[in-house]
Design a protein around this ligand. Sequence first.
Ligand code: CUA
Length: 352
Amino acid sequence: MPTINRQVVKYCFVLLAGTILALIFGCTPDHPQSTFDTVGPVSQSQALIFYIITYAGLVVFILVMAILIYSAIKFRRRQNTDADPEQIHGNNTLEIAWTVIPALLLVAVAVPSLKSLFDVTVSPEPEAMTVNVTANQWWFRFDIPELGVVTANELHIPVGEVINLRLNSRDVIHSFWVPKLAGKFDMIPNNENTMWFQSDEEGIFYGQCAEFCGESHALMRFKVIVESRKEFDNWVQEQLTDANKPSDPLTQQGHDLFMSSEGGCYACHTIRGSKKAYGEVGPELTHFSSRKHLAAGIMDNTHENLISWLTDPDSIKPGNIMAKNAAVYNDSEKSLSDPEISALAAYLRSLE
Ligand code: CUA
């Protein structure tokens, strides 16, 4: 009997243990990005396909393995016999069976897959609220034209209602993914994709760019905040109001810097109600401090984090456009002083 290399056994053990650990920790339904904890019809229909294919595959796997192990044991070489086993050539019945059965299985899997493919692409309510989502390196712009609302990285939607999405990109290919609500959909420049989703539960659901789109791809996240119709309507009303005016000397100083050619922030960001700031290169900031996170979902929106972000955005999100293109970051002569950063932070935090 050949001895099995101990080294090989060790590697197999490590591989098996690693796979089991990955499965245990990767597939827990209460993980914020679990695709198994579905909260809406689109993710449910996609999860159903996963289960159908997995269980069908499991049955095939167990059958094939059982036959393999049975044959290996039953027809193993006996000791003290050198005689050749009985030689056979082909078996038409078996060959037809193992061609026809997999073909039927594939057809059986194709039926729900194709149905789901059309279900998730074609909205059941084309007249429902439509959100234009634009991907940027590395943040998401959400625009709801019929309500006049534009925001960034935190999309509010009403519970139990169909939301139609039009996906675009301003630069490279990204992918829109809210695991608990729907599978990934590519966001391609000059080639709009449409999808829809609906959440049957209130809550905050994590979204993430799911297509490698540059060095800060992993830092391109967003949140979908699902709330009651009433809360959603209130949120819309708040979004439609103009930005708060500076109310003390510090926020006034921050505001003036924001709107000045020295600061230059106004050129890329929109502050509703201001005559100067209507840039669209960077995220809309009218109600910046009402958002829970900053820098596209990667940090809590706190004073300390905002200071760190304004001080050195490139260390937090390498390669971002603000760090690359804004004079205050790429020209050491024009860098912001600590008091200027404090004033800017105070102004941004006053934008509720
Ligand atoms: Cu955008 Cu990855």
